[in-house]
Design a protein around this ligand. Structure first.
Ligand SMILES: Cc1cc2nc3c(=O)[nH]c(=O)nc-3n(C[C@H](O)[C@H](O)[C@H](O)COP(=O)(O)OP(=O)(O)OC[C@H]3O[C@@H](n4cnc5c(N)ncnc54)[C@H](O)[C@@H]3O)c2cc1C
Length: 345
């Protein structure tokens, strides 16, 4: 994209100018927002969906109920993420679920990212489609400042910032990063990770109460995992005291049925659920297809990437562990790096 010289008044007017713009309000983007706003940076987070959480979000089923069709819980083992969750538990934002030996958000998973976004500007329902770095020269000065401008699908400028952090899944990152120049190293890294992305169908079902354990992992089945969502700490029961299950198809099965219509998927998943549990669902949600559910980690030395010449960084699960905790380690690593390098706003 062409670089422009901008007069100062334009720079600080519209759209709003921030120290840092973060693309994606999943676990990694939201935690970056919390860490950097704590350091005194002004932060804007732009998210394409209606709310925060990404693959750790909660889907509304009706006015009062929601379920977690993405990660059902967050397993925490790392020295840097343990204090993070100790603090969330203390504040009542998360709880330990002994059945999973992992944490969940309270009253739902998206409470965690919402909490981390408290001190940042969050722009939702906005997909960033292209990036541009503008070389700004202040009048009467020889110094130049590079400013990032972020555009939506209508090529409307959404935000401006000195620093840019991209926290979206690898294959989406490749497309977005390719709209700007001189960051080939970042694009190559995202491209490599994107090759390993796996999809996953997931669905929510309400059943009668059962004595089945809250987490079932069948040996060889259409289903990879069955999680009793209503057994999580501080969760509402389904309607009339029923149980709520979230079932996730195996990535291999999903790949095979990737473009199948949702009615067929629902029928096949309900059959598989009955096969595993002998339970007949009273109510079911529409199946959800996660095209970019999981990604193997691109084997980089650091759990994040930072490109100093262009003031742009990458964080996300695909840079560390390929899971929810990895997304958090990645975000912490990047923010710690920015802090230690004394990168000034
Ligand atoms: C079905 C399923 C089961 C899982 N099970 C587990 C599990 O058991 N344990 C575990 O640890 N992990 C699990 N995971 C993985 C875990 O959910 C992810 O590793 C983690 O949530 C990734 O967080 P992230 O911030 O890196 O990315 P994301 O959550 O993907 O966040 C990226 C955000 O960017 C937004 N976005 C994308 N493109 C744009 C754009 N152009 N403009 C603006 N916004 C954009 C997206 O909407 C999203 O909100 C599971 C995932 C799925 C889908």
């Amino acid at each position: 994209m062409r670089e422009q010289k901008m007069p100062k008044d334009t720079l600080y007017n519209s759209p709003s100018y921030y120290d840092v713009a973060i693309i994606g309000a999943g676990l990694s983007g939201s935690l970056c927002a919390q860490q950097l706003s704590r350091m005194g940076w002004s932060v804007c987070v732009i998210e394409k969906s209606r709310g925060s959480g990404g693959r750790a979000s909660s889907k509304h089923l009706d006015q009062n109920t929601s379920c977690e069709l993405g990660t059902p819980f967050i397993s925490i083992h790392h020295k840097d993420t343990k204090p993070l969750f100790a603090s969330l538990v203390e504040q009542g934002i998360a709880a330990y679920w002994p059945d999973a030996q992992a944490y969940v958000g309270i009253p739902k998973m998206s409470a965690i990212t919402r909490h981390w976004l408290t001190n940042s500007d969050l722009i939702t329902n906005t997909r960033i489609n292209s990036l541009e770095q503008i070389d700004y020269v202040e009048q009467g000065s020889l110094a130049t400042t590079d400013i990032w401008r972020l555009y939506d699908e209508q090529h409307q400028a959404i935000a401006q910032a000195k620093f840019l952090i991209v926290t979206i899944p690898a294959s989406q990152a490749v497309t977005l990063l390719s709209t700007t120049q001189q960051i080939d190293e970042l694009i190559a890294c995202a491209h490599q990770a994107a090759q390993t992305t796996q999809p996953q169908w997931a669905m929510c079902l309400d059943t009668e109460q059962s004595t089945l354990p809250p987490i079932l992992i069948p040996k060889s089945s259409t289903l990879q995992r069955l999680v009793k969502d209503s057994a999580k700490p501080n969760r509402r029961q389904g309607h009339n005291g029923s149980e709520r299950w979230v079932i996730q198809a195996s990535p291999e099965w999903t790949q095979h049925y990737l473009d199948e219509d949702k009615n067929t998927i629902a029928t096949l998943l309900i059959q598989a659920f009955f096969h595993e549990t002998q339970l007949i669902p009273k109510k079911t949600s529409e199946p959800h297809r996660w095209l970019l559910a999981r990604t193997d980690v691109y084997n980089h030395q650091q759990p994040f990437m930072w490109h100093s010449p262009k003031n742009i960084g990458l964080a996300g699960d695909w840079l560390c562990q390929g899971d929810a905790e990895g997304a958090l380690i990645s975000a912490l690593g990047l923010c710690d790096y920015l802090n230690q390098m004394r990168i000034t706003r």
